[in-house]
Design a protein around this ligand. Structure first.
Ligand code: HEM
Length: 177
């Protein structure tokens, strides 16, 4: 997983819970906290950090993933030139993530592994799609979609239903309010 994902996570933890908690979380994982934006790292390290942070703060790993996803949307959006004006709504943007953005990410970084979205149905007010990823970060996905809706100034309702027990496949039903 790309270093930008880790660096952004550490910034958020420091800003939200303070330097001491951030350091404790790293220490407990014997992690030196050095992530360069061009480097690639094991996504399991992120999962471990989230589990430790959850123990230190009492916030559930799912809630931590969601807050993180919401906050990283802006950073990811800014990281890819030319996105401004490409999509004009949350639904259109989510389509472009699957059809264009994550494809470009894989071209740029052959060892990156973004998730796949399978589009099940779409109307003007409702999008149903399946999140598919061996990294099982559906709550990061939830936060990213919320961050995306905020970006387009839209109010949406999101329902999540796991398809597989390990949450490697989760159905998202997204409705505009
Ligand atoms: C609605 C918007 C988006 C959603 C729902 C979304 C979803 C996700 C999720 C859930 C992950 C975590 C990995 C996983 O679950 O397998 C991820 C990874 C990633 N996404 Fe997106 N994403 C969005 C927008 C973007 C944008 C705008 C970029 C711009 C470059 C981007 C680039 C990446 C990158 C670089 C990774 C890390 C992949 C890796 O290092 O293996 N995403 N995305």
């Amino acid at each position: 997983m790309k270093g930008i994902i880790f660096a952004e996570f550490l910034d958020l933890v420091e800003d939200t819970f303070g330097l001491e908690t951030c350091q404790k979380m790293l220490d407990e994982n014997q992690n030196d906290g050095v992530y360069t934006s061009v480097g690639t790292y094991d996504h399991k390290d992120l999962v471990k950090l989230i589990v430790t942070l959850s123990k230190l703060t009492g916030v559930s790993p799912e809630d931590l993933q969601q807050v993180y996803g919401k906050s990283i949307f802006k950073t990811l959006y800014k990281s890819m030139p030319g996105l401004e004006g490409k999509a004009d709504s949350t639904f259109a943007f989510i389509n472009s993530v699957e059809e264009y953005i994550h494809i470009e990410v894989k071209k740029l970084y052959p060892n990156a592994n973004p998730p796949t979205f399978k589009f099940i149905s779409a109307t003007e007010t409702q999008l149903v799609m399946d999140y598919v990823s061996a990294r099982c970060m559906s709550h990061v996905c939830l936060g990213l979609i919320q961050g995306c809706a905020d970006h387009f100034n839209e109010t949406i309702n999101i329902e999540m239903a796991p398809i597989t027990a390990d949450h490697s496949e989760v159905r998202f039903t997204i409705t505009t309010v």
